[in-house]
Design a protein around this ligand. Structure first.
Ligand code: C2E
Ligand code: MG
Ligand code: MG
Length: 567
């Protein structure tokens, strides 16, 4: 390869910080060349891309066998240039590959070659997202490989593996419920919103941060190594705050939340793709813990994700292997002190892991869609078991928002009622407020039909999320369940005022109120004084096995003070 003569002064300090890319993993071929085109180090992916044995260190023209003369001249010129250059080079096998050349030090060039299988026609390799004008995912691999190179360089500079400067951090930003916005307001509005979101993201980022739109509503922000992870967290909070301010699209006000996963490129992170995976795990965690928040990656998240995947696989067989069962927790009327029914709670007895909590496996079942099969079984099983109880006792069944999606809920309820012979008035369906946001129209229609069957409907865990008072009046609820967080532990004046308010509201809307998580006689008394209708909690009993109910009915009822007696 003949090359123009660059002005390159030998810098002794650079000799100590030679970058070795041979251990670089990831899909991209890496090479470090000097200004004359002499190979200083390369990783094995590069050899694969070149289609021949790895060129030896010091080889003057390491691409000789793989590229044609014209490309060789082009590359030589590029090597002499100081700045980042992108080239599409025709290799002798006929394929065009994308080569990015960057300057590491005055006399060192870093070469990144994309994997042959990923080679794309050059006009497809437009690295700008047409909608937002941000970089798009074609830039992603490159950016991640660049991070690897940058980290290795810093490590070699510091002479040890310890990185004494700040560390590169990435932020993976995802708009909560974006699909819903697209579905309900239309794609044109969704697109405008994405443009506005990217505009606001640009405002909080600086020139040297890399901002990439990597998917529909997913953005990646790369913060260079001069910032600490603390700064990344602060920035994530600022982004969340900025994006939570209302957007005005086509005269409509839209409010969104974002979930953000943060990952830091530390010594324990193998490579760029692993870094991205960490950010993704942190993002999943942010979503699982209520969305509209930022989470930083922690190593145990990888184990949790593995456990989730293992549970996901085992759950598919759990039903056939009869590992599910229902336990029942009593509900007591505060006016009479008498037992009025039970809530059915699902249990999974895993052969190796023991009892898996529904708080853990229901979200997984919802994600995989398995909840539909399990949910149908729960309704049937609860109705059949309740049909053996004395007439006055009802059974409450938890139903996931996803069970409203396929329009089969009504059918499952009807089948369960007819097969068990249970009076519909003795069945209560508990829904969480997620339903009211997930698909409100379908929810309203099916809840109304359930009411027509004379099945009761309870709003579960009221007060913990976004459901407002107006939601209570718009949907045909017959009961509000006050969440245990308002009941358990020390209850301050404000919380008590809130509980009083929910009870008052329930009364005025003609709904029953039931407080969950009642553990002490004081809590029981306070709720009774507030005019609450019913309670459920460890004070009365923990959830019990179906075959313990008969015993419970004989021995344990009538022990709690009735409202009149207490007054
Ligand atoms: P939930 O419907 O709000 O059920 C109440 C949860 O609080 C139950 O936990 C119950 O055991 C617990 N609990 C009751 N009284 C007390 C108390 O006094 N103190 C304390 N600390 N806890 C109390 P569990 O059984 O672990 O269920 C957790 C959640 O899992 C349920 O919350 C419900 O959202 C969901 N779940 C349970 N079974 C099903 C089901 O069959 N289908 C669906 N979709 N979700 C279910
Ligand atoms: Mg419940
Ligand atoms: Mg609840």
């Amino acid at each position: 390869m003949s090359q123009p003569q660059p002005a390159c002064l030998s810098d002794p300090t650079e000799q100590a910080s030679e970058l070795d890319v041979s251990s670089f993993t990831g899909p991209t071929g890496h090479a470090v060349l000097d200004h004359k085109g002499r190979l200083l180090s390369a990783n094995s992916q590069l050899a694969e891309l070149l289609g021949h044995a790895p060129p030896a260190t010091g080889t003057l023209d390491p691409f000789k066998l793989a590229i044609d003369d014209r490309s060789a001249t082009e590359l030589a010129h590029a090597l002499a240039e100081a700045d980042v250059t992108h080239l599409d080079i025709t290799f002798t096998d006929g394929a065009r590959r994308h080569v990015q050349l960057g300057r590491l030090q005055a006399c060192r060039r870093l070469l990144l070659v994309t994997r042959a299988g990923e080679t794309i026609a050059s006009n497809d390799r437009i690295e700008q997202d047409a909608l937002t004008g941000l970089a798009n995912r074609h830039r992603l691999n490159e950016a991640l490989s660049g991070l690897e190179a940058e980290r290795a360089l810093r490590q070699s500079r510091s002479g040890t593996n310890a990185v004494d400067e700040g560390k590169t951090a990435i932020l993976l930003i995802d708009i909560d419920h974006f699909k819903q916005i697209n579905d309900t307001l239309g794609h044109a509005i969704g697109d405008s919103l994405l443009r506005l979101v990217s505009g606001r993201l640009r405002r909080v980022t600086r020139e040297r941060d890399d901002l990439i739109r990597i998917g529909g509503d997913e953005f990646l922000l790369i913060l260079p190594a001069d910032e600490s992870s603390d700064d990344a967290e602060k920035l994530a909070d600022r982004i969340a705050e900025l994006l939570s301010r209302p957007f005005l699209v086509d005269g409509q006000q839209i409010n969104i939340g974002v979930s953000i996963g943060i990952a830091v490129f530390d010594d324990a992170t193998a490579d760029g793709p692993t870094l991205l995976q960490h950010a993704d795990l942190a993002l999943q965690q942010a979503k699982l813990t209520g969305r509209n928040r930022a989470c930083s990656f922690e190593p145990q998240m990888a184990q949790q994700a593995m456990r989730r995947r293992a549970l996901e696989i085992d759950m598919r067989r759990a039903m056939a292997l009869q590992q599910f069962r229902l336990v029942y927790q009593p509900q007591v009327d505060l006016h009479s002190g008498r037992l009025v029914g039970f809530e059915a709670l699902l249990r999974w007895e895993h052969p190796e892991r023991g009892m898996v909590s529904p708080a853990e496996f229901i979200p997984i079942a919802e994600e995989t869609g398995e909840i539909r099969r399990i949910g149908a079984w729960v309704i049937l099983q609860a109705c059949q078991q309740a049909s053996f109880w004395p007439d006055g006792l009802s059974v409450a069944v938890n139903v996931s928002p996803l069970q409203f999606d396929d329009g089969k809920l009504l059918q499952h309820v009807r089948t369960a009622l007819s097969r068990s012979g249970l009076d519909p008035e003795r069945l209560e369906v508990e829904v969480t407020e997620g339903l009211l946001f997930h698909n409100p129209e379908a929810a309203l229609e099916q809840l109304t039909e359930l009411r027509e069957l004379r099945v009761d409907i309870a709003m579960d865990d009221f007060g913990t999320g976004y459901a407002s008072l107006s939601h209570l009046s718009r949907f045909p609820f017959t009961k509000v369940k006050i969440d245990q967080s308002f009941v358990r532990g020390a209850v301050d004046d404000r919380t008590q005022a809130l509980v009083d308010c929910i009870i008052g509201l329930g009364n005025s809307l003609g709904m029953k109120t039931l407080a969950e998580g009642v553990e002490t006689p004081e809590q029981y008394q306070r709720l009774q004084d507030s005019g609450c209708d019913a309670v459920q909690g460890y004070l009365v009993s923990r959830p019990m096995e179906a075959d313990s109910i008969a015993d419970f009915l004989i021995h344990d009822t009538g022990q709690l003070p009735a409202g009149d007696a207490a007054a």
